[in-house]
Design a binder for this molecule. Structure first.
Ligand SMILES: [Zn+2]
Length: 250
């Protein structure tokens, strides 16, 4: 295994366990569904998705380096990461806007509760589509291998953090959400209500939603009243791995 893959895996496991422990000690919302009903499907999806990715983005960037595609050569590392984060924000909006993409992304939204494992719950079709979009971006802009590694670690970590059921003190949450996407910031994006579902698309920086007018703040008290999931998929059977896999096709 290459060093960068080992580093990514180590960060992933470390933060996964940290957020799981955090949400057990400081839970934000009460859980009503047995974990085993959701966790198997959520974790199986990421294992299947990872097995299907043909080549890592880092390997692709190394193979295609100096092939003349790069629009931004010798771009500062920070700018590379900001560009990728902005791209992910618009990709997320695209996945809500276009029916074909929504069929896949809706599997992520059909989770009836949110916790750290929800960050793993993406249909393999969405992972492959997202991989293809990121590959085009990386090759077009000439994003460095280091930029990709840092961004992927950041994206995985922030995604587990903002899907977690971690209770953050109100004063701290108010400060953090100015800069980054917090669990309270992202939770309303998983609301059953459409006016909340189509807001707060950011994954890392909370800045983009404010700039592009998709930001919505749900009060600390109203967070308790958010009903998570989709209107049409309320049955516990919809959480089974086979239902999740065939979801986009019926
Ligand atoms: Zn979404």
């Amino acid at each position: 295994m290459a060093n960068e893959d080992a580093l990514r895996l180590l960060c992933f496991i470390g933060f996964f366990l940290l957020f799981l422990l955090g949400e057990v000690i400081f839970p934000r919302k009460k859980s009503f569904i047995p974990k085993k009903k959701r966790w198997f499907g959520n974790m199986a999806l990421i294992i299947i998705s990872q097995a299907l990715i043909p080549i890592s983005l880092v390997e692709a960037s190394v193979i295609f380096k100096n092939k003349g595609w790069a629009l931004l050569k010798d771009c500062p590392l920070v700018l590379e990461i900001v560009i990728l984060d902005l791209a992910i924000y618009f990709q997320h909006r695209l996945f809500h806007k276009v029916d074909f993409f929504w069929r896949f992304h809706s599997i992520h939204h059909s989770d009836l509760e949110l916790d750290t494992t929800s960050a793993l719950r993406f249909h393999p079709g969405e992972i492959l589509l997202s991989w293809g979009i990121k590959l085009i971006l990386i090759l077009s802009f000439g994003i460095s291998a280091l930029g990709i590694i840092i961004f992927e670690v950041l994206l995985n970590t922030s995604s587990m953090f903002n899907h977690s059921n971690l209770r953050i003190p109100r004063f701290l949450e108010n400060i953090l959400r100015v800069f980054i996407v917090t669990p309270d910031f992202h939770r309303s994006h998983h609301s059953m209500r459409k006016n909340q579902l189509n807001k707060n698309f950011g994954f890392n920086l909370s800045f983009w939603d404010r700039v592009f007018k998709t930001y919505q703040k749900v009060s600390y008290e109203d967070q308790e009243r958010i009903v998570l999931g989709l209107v049409k998929k309320r049955d516990i059977k919809d959480q089974r791995i086979w239902s999740l896999l065939k979801g986009p096709f019926y």
